[in-house]
Design a binder for this molecule. Structure first.
Ligand code: NAD
Length: 273
């Protein structure tokens, strides 16, 4: 029988996590309490910038030609959000569960690097990482320090809308690789394929998963959205943690409703008491 009251749900989640073999699938909602609004939510990036333009490589290139000042504003807004954010108690609770040997891995759709910053070690990044640049030619990847990204935001702000100056700033932070191709941000834009290795790693860690925690995701973006059903087919129990119920009816064994930072923190507190 499905747990119904908050007490029953909390007890269910606590028992399941205490058994170990837990994997977490996280989404933008987990980082909302770190000050990064979900892109489509209230105050999100897509309220101010059209995702048809700013969510794909071709749109970004066209915007640079049409309105370089607007593109510079978008990049500065996007990176300021990410550089200001710090891990919240939800990220830290997941890192503590891994440390305690209960959580096997985090599969994340987030690109904000907050799982790693909070101490999580096994993080599978389905949509890449905004603090990494990658050469599209030879696939060489380089991690970029937060401070460098902050510096880029400042310089973009000071470029005063001049296409030449904006290009010079971007050239400095997205230089050419030794193979002559220009580095780009290592995130999956709309219409692009997921890194095959990451998707494979995600699927493989669901093979032996006993409990999948599905945290702060609308399950609207594929193929990440297909992972809960895959875990269920392989015998895992599914627990959703979200500020509002989500996903198809009947998919989850238990749904905990509320901010993920508070729920995860409480779960870890109860497990260690
Ligand atoms: P989404 O925006 O589609 O859904 C967010 C979900 O989080 C919703 O179901 C919402 O109800 C829930 N939510 C909001 N606040 C919450 C809170 N405090 N606690 C718990 N749940 C909360 O996000 P998605 O499913 O991850 O898909 C969006 C795509 O955009 C992803 O591919 C991701 O790469 C990208 N994105 C990433 C970030 C980030 O890195 N932090 C932020 C925004 C978007």
């Amino acid at each position: 029988m499905q747990p119904k009251t908050t007490e029953q749900k909390t007890a269910y989640a606590k028992r399941a996590v205490a058994e170990g073999g837990v994997v977490c699938l996280s989404g933008a909602g987990l980082s909302a309490d770190s000050g990064i609004p979900t892109f489509r939510g209230k105050g999100g990036l897509w309220e101010r910038y059209d995702p048809e333009v700013y969510g794909n490589a071709e749109g970004l290139a066209q915007e640079f030609r049409r309105a370089p000042q607007r593109l510079a504003e978008f990049l500065a807004d996007f990176y300021s959000l990410l550089t200001r954010a710090r891990p919240n108690p939800g990220h830290r609770a997941l890192a503590a569960l891994e440390q305690a040997g209960l959580l096997e891995a985090v599969i994340t759709q987030n690109i904000d690097n907050l799982h790693q910053q909070s101490g999580s070690r096994r993080v599978i990044e389905l949509h890449g990482n905004a603090f990494r640049i990658r050469c599209p030619g030879c696939a060489r990847a380089i991690t970029i320090e937060k401070e460098r990204m902050e510096e880029m935001c400042t310089l973009l702000g000071a470029a005063g809308g001049s296409a030449t100056r904006i290009l010079r700033v971007l050239g400095r932070y997205f230089p050419r690789c030794a193979c002559r191709q220009r580095f780009r941000v290592d995130i999956v834009l709309f219409g692009e394929m997921l890194p095959a290795g990451e998707l494979e790693a995600a699927r493989s860690c669901l093979e032996s998963c006993k409990t999948l925690l599905v945290v702060g995701t609308s399950l609207a973006v594929y193929p990440a959205a297909s992972l809960p059903s895959l875990a269920k087919e392989r015998g895992a129990r599914l627990i959703e943690i979200n500020s509002q119920p989500n996903g198809p009816q009947g998919l989850f064994d238990c749904r905990l409703e509320g901010p993920s930072s508070a729920i995860l923190q409480q779960l870890v507190r109860e497990l260690s008491s």
